[in-house]
Ligand binder design. Structure first.
Ligand SMILES: [Zn+2]
Ligand SMILES: [Zn+2]
Length: 349
């Protein structure tokens, strides 16, 4: 008997991708009875599901972000590499390298294997486990930065630019827009690796998840609240804030602030200019164009399904390499964080 093609057992519904023989959704955009959640960003982890299966880290992130009562009536933790049978489907989670706890969902049914990547990147990130490629029949990928123009520079080089700017303007406060989940902690860890051992100041919105990362064994060094009342003491300091805060009144009360923003979207100069970003830092938690192509090749999937992002260029490039691409047009993605909508129409980066 030949294995059934994943299109016969995985389908797109209004709530998101649904696995028929497992009777569960993956990252559903509305409350459902059984959800597998790839990671804690708000366009993937929604509140009020009945049963949620995810990594222990993702479940902890959901509890912090939504409150205990809305993070799933029942929560089932599944560690990377452990297998569980859901309905008739064998399910395993593998690291996606995107943020703490982020996972690819590996589903096996009657000899056929599909992998849903969730969001992912292939660059080193000291705050989460690295992406593990899994061979499969169908690979379901994101495509946030799926254009040849998107080639992310090394994050270390972007951090070096920041440190140079601090040397040049030692009296000014560098205030960096960074998403509360993932980007903020990665940036802090990179700053520590680059030798910045002074305290790093945090906007209140970033504090709970930084504490959570530390509780999960990711050291971030000395963190202090960014109390703008005491603006003189923040001269020469690094302040991290949600992207929406860097250009508003909150940041203007800091000492002669230099607005910075850490995002893959900073590759697009127009976006930086529009929002008055003086120091754009191209640091992304998503795969860039070469990483997308390399990953699709590595998993050796006959077909690649694209959940959200720019699918046309990727489908074309895959076809030239003998892989069939298909756009799923899932709704409700690319709104990674609410700040993203205000800041850069394209979503979290
Ligand atoms: Zn994400
Ligand atoms: Zn996403």
């Amino acid at each position: 008997m030949t294995a059934p093609h994943p299109e016969t057992w995985l389908r797109v519904t209004e709530a998101g991708l649904y696995c028929e023989p497992g009777r569960f959704f993956i990252d559903p955009v509305r409350a459902v009875s059984h959800a597998i959640v790839t990671h804690g960003h708000s366009d993937h982890a929604r509140p009020d599901h009945q049963a949620v299966l995810a990594t222990p880290e993702t479940l902890a992130i959901m509890r912090v972000r939504m409150g205990e009562g809305r993070a799933g009536v029942t929560q089932q933790a599944l560690r990377y590499g452990e297998a569980v049978t859901v309905g008739e489907v064998r399910v395993t989670l593998r690291p996606a390298g995107h943020v703490l706890g982020s996972a690819q969902v590996v589903m096996e049914w009657q000899g056929s294997r599909a992998v849903v990547s969730g969001d992912y990147k292939r660059r080193r990130d000291p705050t989460c486990a690295p992406f593990e490629p899994v061979r499969c029949d169908v690979f379901v990928t994101e495509a946030t930065f799926a254009l040849p123009v998107f080639v992310h520079p090394p994050a270390e080089a972007e951090v070096a630019k920041l440190l140079t700017s601090i040397e040049l303007f030692p009296e000014r406060t560098h205030v960096i827009g960074a998403y509360a989940l993932g980007k903020a902690q990665r940036l802090i860890a990179l700053l520590r690796e680059a030798g910045w051992d002074r305290p790093i100041h945090l906007h209140g919105a970033l504090q709970p998840l930084c504490r959570l990362y530390e509780a999960h064994g990711v050291p971030l060094g000395e963190l202090r609240p960014a109390t703008v009342k005491d603006r003189a003491s923040l001269a020469g300091a690094i302040v991290l804030a949600p992207p929406s805060a860097i250009a508003d009144r909150w940041a203007r009360r800091l000492h002669d602030p230099v607005p910075c923003y850490a995002s893959g979207w900073m590759r697009v100069r127009q976006r930086a200019k529009q929002r008055g970003v003086e120091l754009p830092m191209v640091i992304s938690d998503h795969a860039d164009w070469p990483e997308l192509l390399a990953t699709c090749a590595e998993v050796e999937a006959e077909e690649v399904w694209i959940t959200h992002g720019r699918e046309d260029a990727l489908i074309h490039a895959l076809a030239q390499r003998g892989q069939r691409g298909r756009a799923l047009h899932l709704v409700g993605r690319e709104e990674e964080e609410t700040e993203a909508l205000e800041f850069a129409e394209g979503g979290e980066g």
